[in-house]
Design a protein around this ligand. Structure first.
Ligand code: NDP
Length: 529
């Protein structure tokens, strides 16, 4: 590795130890003990990565990240300057134009991606630890996510070898047509704070498989694991300049990236509001191609004939997972009236049993809210729900653990379609319940939103399941399950949830452009006699 390393303070191998956490968790007794990872002794300092070299903080301003679960400083990240951004984009431009990556065979690119998969596997514990510290998600969940990311690299390595175009042998004896796919060029990747590593790995391996070069800008509050991935890819043999990582805020470095004339495509994941800015910036600059994964207000439709126990568990998971800070969280429960009351009680009972607490505790299921701003936003929505007349069935309060910020899984009944909590993306552990009488009504409620990211239906009747799946507008659909996925299945939304698809074969094709090649066979029919 060139220059200074990503970290001046590597993870200590003895950082795993057993301690007895303060009892402040539902469903646990004072005598309960569990394995809890230690906090770092001091914040880990990172550099940023451009053209195969690490640059230290030096005179740059620093962003110090406090763990949302503990309120202690855990990382120090440089605030890159405009010049740093330019250097990163120029490095990616040069690396693309001289074909050091796109000119390799798919097999050679696949070899790097497979080595990177191994690198992620080897450093999984370290990645999960820093993900948990910066994001506040439970360590067990972070580990599972990192495991999934290994699969993304492995799958994308296969796609690097199998990506191909098309041919037309039916154009007559004088003509042969070939359709080729070419990498789109320099890709800017802006990722949010809710799944810093997972969302990154749903994009980076596929973009690399296509042959593109990258400038990645993680959210300022969760940059650590993106920088670790840069180190892993470098160690796996990725040529210098192919992946560059700049750090800093969205309004400075992010805005600079979306406006940059030398960026050919931008993959943005985040709020619909910033998504609009990305579209505007593309129009005002070089019409860069865009991939957008934006907000969601995703329905969970439960019919009376569902396995209600399964459905209640799935619905609780769908909104509790990652504290509801997922674009695909199932935040609107639409349930058949005949079982609505009973089912709401079943979900509330699940909520009561969910273990909310210290993200570093291996038994925790729901961790901390990632940012102060998000905490305030969620509590604001809960207040609005009460004020607009919804009935609080469960939760609704912040949990005081003596440190960090936690919100109890919250369930609102008597919700009407005009209420703010039924319409706007809350991005927190807040579930609204609305009853329906007919399948048509369920579909109408599900589609009554500007978003179309994901949806779930719970029924044992295959006809109902398929009719609902066909009629509800959503890019991802789950039948009798929720929030499942894998590298093979594409991700993306209908309506204002975004453009394009990530992951799966579509996720590589998004980062290519198509060229039609017309080949004359034999002597040309003259135009000029
Ligand atoms: P943002 O959309 O502001 O942030 C997402 C990413 O965009 C971050 O990397 C951020 O950087 C970056 N960014 C912010 N402003 C700009 C800009 N002008 N130009 C380029 N990049 C920019 O989301 P928030 O963090 O503010 O969260 C607000 C709401 O967005 C949430 O409540 C939720 O509803 C939604 N959201 C949806 C996500 C999804 O997965 N679809 C993910 C995150 C949020 P930085 O963080 O460094 O400022």
């Amino acid at each position: 590795m060139n220059g200074v390393p990503a970290s001046t303070q590597p993870l200590k191998s003895n950082s795993l130890q057993i301690r007895f956490p303060k009892f402040l968790r539902w469903g646990m007794k004072m005598s309960d003990s569990s394995i809890v990872l230690s906090l770092p002794d001091q914040p880990r300092e990172f550099g940023f990565f451009v053209d195969g070299s690490w640059s230290p903080i030096e005179s740059r301003e620093v962003f110090e990240r406090f763990s949302p679960g503990h309120g202690v400083p855990v990382t120090r990240i440089p605030k890159c300057t405009d010049a740093d951004l330019d250097a990163a984009v120029n490095a990616a431009r040069k690396a693309f134009d001289d074909r050091r990556w796109s000119g390799l065979s798919g097999a050679d690119r696949a070899a790097v991606l497979l080595k990177a998969a191994e690198g992620v596997r080897t450093r999984a514990e370290e990645i999960a630890y820093w993900e948990t510290l910066e994001n506040g998600k439970p360590i067990s969940q972070a580990r599972a996510e990192v495991g999934g990311c290994v699969g993304m690299f492995e799958y994308a390595s296969g796609l690097a070898r199998s990506l191909h175009g098309d041919s037309f042998n039916n154009l007559g004896d004088g003509m042969f047509g070939v359709v080729t796919r070419e990498p789109v060029g320099v890709v800017g990747v802006i990722t949010p704070w809710n799944f810093p590593f997972l969302i990154l790995c749903e994009r980076i391996p596929y973009i690399l498989a296509a042959g593109c070069t990258i400038v990645a800008k993680p959210s300022e509050v969760t940059s650590a694991t993106t920088l670790i991935l840069a180190e892993i890819l470098h160690d796996a043999g990725l040529p210098a300049g192919v992946l560059n990582v700049v750090t800093g805020s969205g309004s400075t470095i992010g805005q600079g990236l979306i406006e940059h004339e030398q960026v050919d495509m931008l993959s943005f994941t985040g709020s619909t509001a910033v998504g609009r800015r990305v579209v505007e910036a593309s129009g005002k600059s070089n019409f860069k191609k865009l991939g957008l994964e934006l907000g969601g207000k995703n329905p969970q439709i439960v019919f009376a004939d569902a396995d209600l126990e399964d459905a209640a568990d799935g619905v609780a998971f769908g909104i509790g997972f990652n504290t509801g800070q997922c674009c695909v969280s199932g935040s609107r429960l639409i349930v058949e009236r005949t079982v609505a009351e009973k089912f709401a009680s079943m979900v509330a009972e699940k909520f009561r049993k969910v273990r909310v607490g210290d993200p570093l505790d291996e038994r925790t299921q729901v961790g901390a809210i990632t940012t102060d701003a998000q905490n305030t936003t969620i509590m604001g929505y809960i207040e609005k729900g009460r004020a607009e007349g919804a009935t609080l069935i469960h939760g609704g309060e912040q949990l005081d653990f003596g440190h960090g910020q936690y919100i109890a899984p919250t369930l609102f009944g008597n919700v009407t379609s005009e209420m703010t909590i039924a319409r706007e993306e809350i991005f927190g552990p807040v579930l609204t319940v609305m009853p329906f009488d007919t399948l048509e009504e369920a579909v109408a409620i599900a589609n009554d939103t500007e978003y179309g990211l994901a949806a779930s239906v719970w029924t044992k009747n295959i006809d109902k399941a398929l009719v609902v799946t066909r009629r509800v507008q959503a890019g991802r659909f789950w039948i009798n399950t929720t929030l499942s996925g894998g590298p093979e299945l594409p991700i993306g939304g209908f309506k204002q949830s975004g453009w394009g698809r990530e992951a799966g074969i579509y996720g590589v094709e998004e980062y290519t452009q198509v060229k039609s090649v017309h080949i004359e066979i034999g002597k040309r029919t003259p135009w000029v006699a």
